[in-house]
Write a protein that binds this ligand. Structure first.
Ligand SMILES: NC(=O)C1=CN([C@@H]2O[C@H](COP(=O)(O)OP(=O)(O)OC[C@H]3O[C@@H](n4cnc5c(N)ncnc54)[C@H](O)[C@@H]3O)[C@@H](O)[C@H]2O)C=CC1
Ligand SMILES: O=C(O)[C@@H]1CCC=N1
Length: 274
């Protein structure tokens, strides 16, 4: 990929993706990033000599072949409208959005009826190259552009296409927002054993390694369902059975379902708002 790639916004997601790209061998000189926060830009420029940094979005996209929109959804309209008026060529470039809740049709409307729009939904494990990104594009987007967008996100983890735009909101619930659920669960486990007497560092170490080991085990045993993997831990009349029974009595699955549905509902609401 020898294209010039521009990132609008130098926050968590943009910096994760651009770091992944450069670590994979893309010359920093082919990467452009803009943000009003010059401290963020300076930190990235220190880490990646040759990286092109800007506080002006229009300058950032001027020579770009592909533009990654990585600002908060609430800001998308206020970022895109002046950018398009200063750089009308933007409408002809490949646009890759990482924003939740901004549909392709809305992005096209904000970007002068741009055809080449790909929506993506990454997650924060992209920061360490362990991300998972869902991608969606409609029939107006060429295979070459799809490949470019997927290659960008593959710099920071795995990717999968979803067949419908509504499916991307389900990816938000299952993956984009999901690190927060796992961290909350881990925190609740840590706090509980701390309250029962384990020191905080030891508690975190055990909970964290249990999570890492469990997810690696699940990934290495793809033929086993999560139910089967749970059964493998659960001795009849033993300790796990008591914990599992408590989760079932308290309807953990129902609670998770409610949270996932609230997440999807907010994504749908954002589609109307922004
Ligand atoms: N954080 C997450 O777990 C995920 C976030 N996303 C999406 O990624 C997008 C960015 O989120 P984060 O990276 O978490 O946010 P962030 O707050 O870390 O980054 C946003 C960046 O945009 C910059 N910015 C603000 N105004 C700007 C402007 N006018 N022009 C250029 N840059 C401007 C901010 O200074 C900040 O550095 C959002 O749309 C979000 O929906 C998608 C998947 C996961
Ligand atoms: O909370 C959010 O809206 C973004 C999208 C997925 C993760 N963070």
């Amino acid at each position: 990929m020898s294209q010039q790639i521009a990132f609008i916004g130098a926050g968590n997601m943009a910096s994760a993706i651009l770091k992944g790209l450069i670590k994979q061998g893309k010359p920093a000189a082919q990467v452009h990033v803009s943000d009003p926060d010059s401290d963020k830009l300076a930190a990235l420029a220190d880490e990646f000599p040759g990286l092109n940094t800007y506080t002006n979005n229009a300058q950032c996209v001027a020579s770009a072949d592909a533009v990654v929109l990585a600002v908060k959804p609430q800001l998308m309209a206020t970022v895109c409208e002046p950018l398009l008026s200063e750089q009308p060529e933007l409408a002809n470039k490949l646009i890759v959005s990482v924003a939740a809740g901004i549909k392709v049709a809305r992005l096209r409307a904000l970007l002068g009826n741009a055809k080449r729009v790909v929506r993506t939904m990454p997650n924060t494990p992209c920061l360490i190259g362990q991300g998972m990104t869902g991608l969606y594009a409609d029939e107006q987007v060429s295979d070459a552009d799809r490949d470019t967008a997927a290659a960008l996100m593959q710099a920071v983890g795995k990717t999968a296409w979803v067949g419908s735009e509504a499916g991307l909101n389900l990816v938000i619930a299952a993956s984009g927002s999901a690190p927060a659920y796992f961290f909350m669960f881990m925190e609740a486990m840590q706090k509980s054993v701390e309250a029962m007497g384990l020191d905080a560092d030891t508690a975190r170490q055990f909970v964290q390694q249990a999570a890492i080991g469990s997810s690696h085990l699940a990934a290495s045993e793809m033929s086993k369902s999560f139910t089967e993997l749970t059964a493998q831990v659960t001795s009849k009349g033993g300790t796990t059975a008591e914990a599992v029974a408590t989760f079932k009595e308290q309807d953990l699955a129902g609670l998770v379902d409610q949270a996932m549905r609230a997440c999807v509902a907010r994504a749908e609401e954002m589609e109307q708002l922004f």
